[in-house]
Design a protein around this ligand. Structure first.
Ligand SMILES: NC(=O)c1ccc[n+]([C@@H]2O[C@H](COP(=O)([O-])OP(=O)(O)OC[C@H]3O[C@@H](n4cnc5c(N)ncnc54)[C@H](OP(=O)(O)O)[C@@H]3O)[C@@H](O)[C@H]2O)c1
Length: 272
């Protein structure tokens, strides 16, 4: 843990070392929030904490942690609250994809994936929610994906499932906390420029997609902030993604799934 300086409201952002998480950290810093930045790459989050506190004059703390380890949510929350005080804003953003068919993967990899992508956000939320409600203020932002809303395809098998789970979880919590001062929002980006497709090895394929399908991480961060402040239970980022989502909802589910299934077969074994 690296303490960069002392406190107003504190935002804990997971996956702050790259992409959307870095952009969300920069946005909250620019609005004067103190930050607890979490990711495995300590050098990156320490550097980012120093850079943001120097630029914006708030406090930033870096906590290196692998959030796919089952004990991590409890440990990280204790460390953050001891060092920085209560968490007012929780952004569950850390994530990646496994671009293979389910039977080609090891269960240990899938178990770690489920832990990071679903169990950890749920536990982190469970830990911060009572304090937020007691103080009458809180923001929980779960970075899901348009994949959680679209008909699923072959490959990345559990990805759509965990993102759909995050969406439904956020919507239930949003309803449960209505009027409490705690906003809960699932944010559903589509293709976003970040390290995501380098990590999952899909960069050569996705780089063929046209530029208008993509958003910058900064644009996703800004829409996440606006949706959270408006207390939207779910927000699809980007005009193109909203259009695709609306179009998909017009089709009967079986027909939409059939189209995705054919597309998967045409694209090959990982469906992407
Ligand atoms: N990019 C897209 O097209 C896209 C679209 C829809 C949704 N999303 C979602 O957006 C979120 C952010 O992804 P991104 O696009 O910004 O990808 P990214 O640039 O690869 O960033 C992923 C972040 O997650 C962190 N992370 C990964 N595994 C971790 C672990 N075990 N423990 C702690 N931190 C971990 C990484 O940090 P370390 O490696 O330093 O740990 C990194 O900071 C993800 O939930 C992703 O599913 C992305």
């Amino acid at each position: 843990m690296t303490d960069i300086s002392p406190s107003p409201r504190l935002a804990l952002i997971t996956g702050a070392s790259a992409g959307i998480g870095t952009s969300i950290a920069r946005l909250y810093a620019s609005k004067g929030f103190n930050l607890a930045l979490v990711a495995r790459r300590e050098d990156r989050i320490t550097k980012l904490a120093a850079e943001l506190s120097a630029q914006f004059g708030m406090s930033a703390y870096a906590f290196a942690c692998d959030l796919s380890v089952p004990d991590a949510p409890g440990e990280i929350m204790d460390m953050v609250e001891n060092a920085c005080g209560p968490v007012d804003i929780l952004v569950n953003n850390a994530g990646y994809g496994i671009a293979k068919r389910y039977h080609e993967t090891d269960w240990t990899d899938q178990a770690a994936f489920l832990q990071l992508m679903l169990t950890t956000p749920c536990e982190m939320t469970h830990r911060v929610l009572p304090g937020m409600r007691a103080r009458g203020f809180g923001r929980i932002v779960n970075i899901a994906s348009i994949a959680g809303l679209a008909p699923p395809a072959s490959g990345h098998t559990l990805y759509a499932a965990v993102k759909a789970g995050l969406v439904r979880f956020s919507q239930s919590l949003n309803a449960e906390n209505d009027g409490s001062g705690v906003h809960v929002t699932a944010v559903c980006p589509g293709m976003t420029y970040s390290e995501f497709h380098d990590v999952n090895g899909q960069r050569p394929k996705v780089s063929k997609l046209p530029g208008w399908m993509w958003q910058s991480a900064e644009a996703v961060a800004l829409e996440s902030w606006t949706a959270s402040e408006a207390n939207k239970a779910m927000h699809v980022t980007g005009r193109y993604n909203r259009l695709m989502w609306s179009a998909a909802r017009l089709l009967p589910e079986n027909m939409a799934f059939g189209i995705m299934k054919k597309r998967s077969a045409a694209l090959g074994k990982d469906g992407r």
